[in-house]
Design a protein around this ligand. Structure first.
Ligand SMILES: [Zn+2]
Length: 375
């Protein structure tokens, strides 16, 4: 028991500036003794914390002189005294003040939640375009490594097919005025999908290539992905998700059960781009196809074909998109103006279709492409 243990402290009696070295005794009250004589005793529930430097515990007593102060520097003593004085942080202990504290805490939680849902997207929108490309590339490499580890699919490398693919991507890049260097690959995966990662990485999955009927369909899909690249959408998404987890951590102290649930919910919500971002990528694709004097309609057609055959079951890939039919209608509008040269020759198109006849092994792991990627 600590009943008779003595703890040293400094005492200011509130009448003079004189500092008195005292010892504290934890009896039925907090006794302040000077040379074995008790000079004051403070009821524990009247002891309050007074403003002071963080390493110092400075106390006052609501029943004592207003300027009387007790200063404890020893951390062990601070802990013991704080354990006895349960009302340390109550302003005046009135119910109104307690409610004010509760109110402020709620306000703090609300403002963090507001920040998560509105502030972070706002910051991400402004930060993403300002980030130097070198940094974006590093982020892209990190994400790419994770993607590679989860791939389960190999990179397709047939030489003729790769040449045709590079030619197609390059035409689209020039027409779209995309200045950052691109790294585009076809990956052997049955999922009909395509996506872009930060740093100009564009992936087309074999499943989509198989479902395509002409180069313009693939060109449209890739042009849409270049739109995401140009608008730095994936970078924005990563900043947003990273910022969100940081704030959730702040709110809950660490990633506990509750925050994990919230965070997972939020990342699921985040897993696709916003409708506005999708629309902007579609507009970008339409523009690129117009510049090449090719119809954007095939993009709409492959979208309808893919969603038509896949249904709604596992295809989150289009859930956040505007309806495929609407997109097809949008892309069909100016289709008549198309009369430019073919993007790929028949031989090149055949080679691209066969690009996965040769592959380079990727690290194996659970497939990344089961559900969540969006194009
Ligand atoms: Zn998209």
């Amino acid at each position: 028991m600590t009943l008779d243990t003595q703890h040293s402290a400094a005492f200011f009696d509130g009448r003079s500036n004189k500092r008195r070295n005292v010892t504290l005794r934890l009896r039925d009250k907090l006794e302040i003794a000077e040379q074995d004589a008790v000079i004051e005793s403070w009821p524990y529930d009247e002891v309050r914390r007074a403003d002071g430097p963080p390493q110092l515990l400075r106390l006052r007593c609501t029943g004592a002189l207003p300027l009387a102060r007790l200063e404890i520097t020893d951390t062990a003593t601070q802990g013991i005294v704080a354990a006895y004085c349960r009302s340390l942080d109550l302003g005046g202990a009135s119910a109104g003040q307690t409610w004010r504290i509760v109110g402020w805490s709620l306000a703090a939680v609300c403002s963090i939640l507001l920040l998560v849902f509105f502030g972070i997207p706002f910051v991400a929108d402004r930060l993403a375009p300002a980030l130097p490309f070198a940094l974006e590339q590093r982020i892209g490499d990190a994400v790419d490594k994770q993607a590679q580890a989860l791939f389960g699919g190999d990179t397709c490398t047939a030489t003729d097919g790769q040449a045709a693919f590079t030619k197609l991507v390059d035409k689209l890049r020039v027409a779209g005025g995309v200045e950052i260097p691109l790294e585009a690959h076809v990956v052997s995966s049955k999922i009909p999908n395509a996506f872009a990662l930060p740093g100009g990485k564009v992936y087309l999955l074999e499943g989509l290539l198989k479902k395509s009927e002409n180069p313009d369909e693939i060109a449209g899909v890739l042009a849409h992905e270049l739109g995401h690249v140009q608008h730095r959408d994936s970078l924005r998404k990563i900043i947003q998700t990273g910022g969100t987890s940081f704030l959730i951590g702040l709110l809950f102290g660490d990633v506990t059960g509750g925050s994990a649930v919230l965070f997972v919910g939020r990342s699921l919500f985040d897993a696709s781009y916003s409708r506005d971002q999708e629309r902007a990528a579609d507009d970008f694709a339409i523009n690129v196809m117009h510049k090449l004097k090719r119809s954007p309609k095939p993009l709409g057609e492959i979208l309808v074909r893919v969603t038509g055959t896949e249904g709604n079951s596992s295809m989150t890939l289009l859930s956040s998109h505007p309806l495929s039919e609407d997109r097809l209608a949008l892309m069909s509008k100016d289709a008549g103006q198309a009369g430019g040269p073919e993007l790929l020759s028949a031989a090149e198109w055949k080679a691209l279709k066969n690009i996965c006849s040769s592959r380079s092994k990727a690290e194996t792991g659970p497939s990344l492409f089961k559900k969540k990627w969006t194009w």
